[in-house]
Design a protein around this ligand. Structure first.
Ligand code: ZN
Length: 246
């Protein structure tokens, strides 16, 4: 089983009636609901939980952390963001959704501002599949359309992705690197742009498919702390050398 923790700041849904109409149980529960399946178990946490619901122990029992945040990035303590960063470096998978491009954990992992251009004008968006044979794009045709999304545009100030899986193209003209895959330490990170709080994007089947695929793909293979030990040279007594002599 893949153990997922869906983290949401859970601010818009509690303070803006229009957003609460779209996600009455919060974005975290909307995402958790479609992720739960035979091979994925899901818990949720929000900014309101003690320590944001993020401790070293919680992360040790989390295979994949899914993160949504927007207006309260600054309320996440640095210590919490560093816990997430360190867990990813050890091998925990992470999926950052939409405005989580500006979240502390994402920026601390990538090391750049992660700034972009944006506009809320109800543009439609076509998401184009760049890598049709990648596990994260399975179940998606050449492209899929979102009737409305917040427009995100280049330049997106990120390190060049290890793999670019989706390019978004908006009716207002912009293009955007909408699906970006990274490895940091032992951990895999996927950034996926759809998911503005004012639109029911997380109810779109293709969006759900991509996020579910991503959770499975970034799940840890070998989770361990890689330290910096001072080591001695290998000798004839090493098992490796004995094997070689045979
Ligand atoms: Zn947004």
């Amino acid at each position: 089983m893949i153990r997922v923790l869906v983290w949401n700041e859970y601010q818009h849904e509690r303070t803006e009636p229009k957003i609460a109409e779209v996600y009455p149980q919060g974005i975290h529960n909307a995402v958790a609901d479609f992720l739960r399946c035979d091979d994925i178990v899901v818990k949720t946490a929000t900014l309101e939980d003690e320590n944001c619901g993020i401790t070293k122990e919680v992360l040790a029992e989390t295979d994949v952390l899914v993160w949504w945040g927007h207006m309260a990035h600054h309320k996440v303590p640095d210590e919490v963001a560093y816990l997430v960063r360190d867990a990813v470096l050890e091998g925990m998978g992470a999926v950052f959704l939409h405005s989580a491009h500006h979240s502390k954990p994402f920026r601390y992992l990538l090391g750049t501002s992660c700034n972009l251009t944006w506009r809320e004008s109800g543009d439609s968006e076509i998401l184009w599949v760049v890598e049709p044979s990648h596990p994260i794009t399975q179940g998606i045709d050449r492209w899929f359309r979102l009737d409305h999304e917040e427009t995100y545009g280049e330049p997106f100030v990120i390190p060049t992705p290890d793999k670019l899986l989706f390019i978004g193209n908006y009716s207002g003209g912009e293009v955007f690197r909408s699906g970006c895959l990274y490895e940091r330490g032992n951990g895999k990170i996927f950034y996926f742009q759809p998911g503005h709080e004012a639109f029911p994007t997380f109810r779109v089947p293709e969006v759900q498919t991509v996020i579910r695929n991503a959770v499975r793909f970034v799940a840890p293979v070998n989770r361990q702390v890689v330290t910096c030990p001072h080591v001695r040279r290998i000798t004839d007594d090493e098992p490796y050398v004995i094997v070689k002599k045979k």
